[in-house]
Design a protein around this ligand. Structure first.
Ligand SMILES: Cc1cc2nc3c(=O)[nH]c(=O)nc-3n(C[C@H](O)[C@H](O)[C@H](O)COP(=O)(O)OP(=O)(O)OC[C@H]3O[C@@H](n4cnc5c(N)ncnc54)[C@H](O)[C@@H]3O)c2cc1C
Length: 267
């Protein structure tokens, strides 16, 4: 089975709130100084899903794609150290500031350039913008069925049995390949690369493609050609007030508190 896994590098979600800044005028997130970006937490689970399918079949190839700055190579290296076979980094100044739809177009073009796949695996969402639209966008563009939020996958010849996570339970669906499946955290712990695998990963091929290499024209790239208009980007202001309830005795304080809560229609 020929599997492509898309992995994204994101700002570390563990970044302390105080270090997290947004440039409201430029509508951009200002990267926290001295905190290295990380792989989107759902994406190693997508890699794990690919590796388990390859292990079960006893054959196949797992190719990892990431679109981002040069540092996104680290996200690819992590997947290679887990056991993926090859990587492709799509990086180009023309791709800076693109939205999720442009991202889906770029990834779909890269997948086509790779000759397609039996299965495209992605994370259920990216933990920074948390939109979860790229998998469905890629499926639509490639004409492949999409199954989202998977907790288990089993290959059965030319079809897949996928168990999905719902709000109130699980759903099992069957889908023909080629297909796009997004993987949820319920899939289970991804394998942890050992030192030997990390060293072997250094020898694996990572191709670097520009926007032109995947056939993206100047009218499709850059912030000017976004499909979505970002109206505002800001950290919501949370205000809290503390009021000390006075009273001469605990009973009076309790009475005063009850009156306040009743006046505020909270009891
Ligand atoms: C109007 C607008 C402006 C934006 N401007 C910027 C900006 O200036 N700078 C910036 O950093 N971001 C910007 N973004 C966010 C950026 O476009 C998205 O983070 C990116 O397109 C991925 O979409 P998502 O986060 O919704 O992915 P999701 O759909 O939530 O991700 C699901 C899965 O898709 C795959 N995937 C998603 N993105 C990639 C990728 N790049 N490479 C490989 N696999 C991927 C992964 O498997 C991931 O788990 C902007 C978004 C919008 C809407």
């Amino acid at each position: 089975m020929n599997i492509i896994v898309c992995v994204k590098q994101i700002p570390d979600p563990e970044t302390p709130a105080a270090s997290f800044k947004v440039d409201e005028a430029a509508k951009k997130v200002v990267p926290a100084q001295g905190i290295a970006p990380v792989v989107n937490p759902y994406d190693p689970q997508a890699t794990e899903a690919a590796l388990r399918l390859k292990d079960a079949a006893g054959e196949g190839k797992v190719t990892v794609i990431s679109l981002g700055p040069d540092s996104a190579r680290d996200a690819i290296k992590h997947a290679l150290a887990m056991g993926a076979d090859e990587g492709v980094l799509i990086t180009d100044p023309a791709l800076e500031g693109i939205d999720n739809f442009q991202t889906a177009v770029a990834l779909a073009k890269a997948i086509e350039k790779l000759g397609g796949a039996d299965l495209v695996l992605m994370g259920r969402a990216s933990a920074d913008w948390d939109m979860g639209v790229v998998p469905t966008g890629v499926g639509q563009l490639l004409g492949m069925p999409v199954v989202t939020v998977a907790k288990a996958i089993e290959a059965n010849g030319g079809s897949l049995k996928v168990e999905r996570v719902l709000d109130d339970g699980f759903q099992t669906v069957e889908v023909n390949t080629p297909a796009v499946v997004s993987i949820s955290n319920e899939f289970g712990e991804p394998r942890y690369p050992q030192l030997r695998q990390i060293m072997l990963a250094a020898k694996k091929t990572v191709q670097v493609w520009s926007a032109a290499d995947i056939g993206l024209g100047a009218d499709e790239t850059g912030a000017a050609n976004r499909w979505l208009t970002l109206e505002a980007l800001y950290v919501p202001k949370v205000e809290s007030n503390v009021e000390i309830i006075e009273g001469d005795s605990p009973e009076e304080k309790a009475r005063n508190l009850a009156q306040k809560l009743r006046a505020a229609k909270l009891i």
